[in-house]
Design a protein around this ligand. Structure first.
Ligand code: ADP
Ligand code: 5GP
Length: 224
């Protein structure tokens, strides 16, 4: 029996540590794949087409939209971002868990489309810690950091729409909590039903204990 993989969405204000945690998770967990979004924004230094995003132009984005090619899409800072539908469907159909890195509006849309999706919100311990991390990353000016903090506040306000909230204060602890969400989901009744049933089936022909007493049945006759 084929068991479908799950859809997992992770959101966090920029600078919280989402990429750091996702990178490690993808390295350590098998059958977990990352959903590479489509975007009309230009690649930043170091970003690779097909790995970080599929960088497409407005016309290509319009075409995908018209063909219902997105599970969800949003407009942020003059650019559009969207989650491709076909690949996501194919991966879950093949039993892979799919991880989506989305801002909060997209996360809510995914939950509407896939009510069984697991939504994870990663939070920094404080605005100051977030500012320090953004500074440490050396990608933004002080003014850009202020804008990011203001945006972070809006994102943080959505925390209560998520299934799991993970505090990224101690990085190791945050990672263990994040990984646990996936491990736990993989042992859900729905996901394990075929395993439990198969194990139970092996008991199907288990004989009446009275046959043991008569020497007509031995435990060595049990099959795997
Ligand atoms: P995001 O993907 O959420 O924007 P990054 O993964 O790029 O964030 O992390 C932002 C910065 O914060 C990086 O320099 C990273 O090493 C650092 N960082 C991540 N988690 C922690 C943590 N728990 N404590 C301190 N610094 C952290
Ligand atoms: P950035 O431009 O910094 O890579 O991403 C900006 C924001 O867009 C991040 O919060 C990221 O999570 C979000 N994002 C990336 N891809 C998608 C997508 O396909 N859909 C939605 N809704 N958000 C996305």
């Amino acid at each position: 029996m084929d068991v479908k993989g799950g859809v997992f969405v992770i959101s966090a204000p920029s600078g919280t540590g989402k990429s750091t945690l996702i990178r490690r998770l993808l390295n350590e967990l098998d059958r977990l794949v990352f959903s590479v979004s489509f975007t009309t924004r230009r690649p930043r230094k170091g970003e690779v087409d097909g790995r970080d995003y599929f960088f497409i132009d407005d016309a290509a984005f319009d075409k995908m939209q018209a063909e219902n090619g997105f599970v969800e899409w949003v407009h942020i800072y003059k650019h559009r971002y969207g989650t491709g539908r076909a690949w996501l469907q194919d991966q879950t159909d093949h039993g892979h868990d799919v991880l989506l890195d989305l801002e909060t509006v997209g996360a809510m849309r995914v939950k509407e489309m896939f009510p069984e999706a697991t939504l994870i919100f990663l939070t920094p311990p404080s605005a100051k810690a977030l500012a320090d991390r953004l500074r440490g990353r050396r990608k933004d000016t002080e003014e850009q950091i202020l804008i990011r903090l203001q945006h972070a506040k809006h994102e943080m306000e959505h925390w209560d729409s998520y299934d799991h909230i993970i505090l990224n204060d101690d990085l190791e602890a945050a990672y263990i909590n994040l990984k646990s969400v996936f491990v736990c989901a993989r042992t859900s009744r729905e996901r394990m039903e075929h395993i439990a049933r198969a194990a139970l089936d092996t008991f199907g022909s288990f004989p009446n204990p009275a046959l043991f007493a008569l020497g007509k049945y031995k435990l060595s006759q049990l099959k795997n």
